[in-house]
Design a protein around this ligand. Structure first.
Ligand SMILES: Cc1cc2nc3c(=O)[nH]c(=O)nc-3n(C[C@H](O)[C@H](O)[C@H](O)COP(=O)(O)OP(=O)(O)OC[C@H]3O[C@@H](n4cnc5c(N)ncnc54)[C@H](O)[C@@H]3O)c2cc1C
Length: 275
């Protein structure tokens, strides 16, 4: 992982979460934190720079060891996810994932309004690296894991996965978060839940631009934020007017509307009974 980070130019990252490994003096240090990890680093440094550099001259090494996150995972009842999280950490820090994140961000999404014959499509095309990262998140339960397999600590384990992944790429976390957060709201409506949850709870990401009922997995976006509202969604002025059956006509102005390629959106609006 360190080699990958160094290759990508990340080895000199500084941050509050990093542990400082200071090797100075004649004797080997006896670290109180993560001794095996520290020993592994010590060995690789000695191999690369020689013992003199380590014990005579002194080196200060920054690592991405996150002891606080490990402690939080155990404290919040997610200790059983430890091995899976360690595996994810290894994958997320690998050079290939870093390259995918870079490609996804260097190639911004492109809005294509029409097809070759002039028909309206409104498709937002993303780089294949973006789709691969989305698939990775869905596969490892970042979108729906705790709802599919509810267990003590399941939400904490997912949050820890987020902490790891957020160090790699954030754009893909946005639709993944909204998909995860849509589940409790949808469960308030049995008919909608029956229609949408099977595909939301899928661990498959399906990037195809086709009707949601034909997809193996869907993503959900949200239209909550308005200019005057922000965190205080009670100040929202968008209206939802019933037009017959279960349908509403939504009229208003939303301010933040991320991830437009999601398969459906939860829109927060003032209806007859309030928000
Ligand atoms: C990258 C990105 C993507 C987004 N995507 C979406 C999206 O797809 N759909 C969507 O609906 N929204 C989206 N949002 C908007 C996001 O939901 C809003 O930013 C959020 O609701 C906060 O609103 P605000 O930015 O206006 O901050 P404000 O509400 O103005 O808050 C500013 C500060 O005041 C604090 N604050 C606010 N109210 C209180 C209070 N009552 N008590 C104490 N402190 C308070 C906040 O903690 C914050 O520090 C996105 C935002 C970002 C940054």
């Amino acid at each position: 992982m360190l080699a990958g980070e160094r290759h990508a130019g990340w080895a000199d990252l500084r941050g509050d979460d990093e542990r400082h490994l200071v090797l100075q003096g004649q004797q080997r240090p006896e670290p109180s934190v993560a001794p095996y990890f520290v020993e592994e680093i010590r060995k690789s440094l000695e191999q690369e720079f020689g013992a003199d550099a380590l014990y005579q001259n002194g080196l200060q090494v920054q690592t991405t060891l996150d002891a606080e996150l490990q402690e939080a995972v155990a404290r919040e009842g997610a200790a059983s996810a430890r091995d899976a999280l360690a595996a994810r950490g290894g994958e997320i820090g690998a050079a290939r994932m870093i390259a995918l994140a870079e490609a996804a961000n260097r190639n911004p999404p492109v809005l294509k309004l029409f097809d070759a014959t002039g028909h309206r499509r409104d498709v937002v095309e993303f780089h294949p690296a973006y789709h691969e990262l989305m698939a990775y998140l869905a596969r490892h339960g970042a979108a729906a894991g705790p709802w599919v397999a509810p267990a003590p600590g399941a939400h904490a384990a997912r949050a820890a996965l987020y902490c790891l992944y957020a160090q790699l790429e954030d754009g893909t976390l946005c639709p993944t978060t909204m998909t995860y957060a849509s589940v409790p709201a949808l469960r308030n409506d049995q008919a909608l839940a029956a229609q949408w949850l099977p595909r939301i709870l899928s661990n498959e990401y399906d990037p195809r631009f086709i009707p949601p009922e034909q997809k193996r997995g869907v993503t959900i976006g949200m239209g909550m934020t308005e200019k005057q509202g922000g965190s205080d969604v009670r100040a929202n002025t968008t209206r939802a007017e019933p037009v017959g059956g279960r349908a509403y006509r939504v009229v208003g102005h939303k301010w933040f509307f991320s991830a437009p390629m999601c398969d459906a959106f939860l829109i927060l609006a003032q209806a007859q009974g309030g928000l």
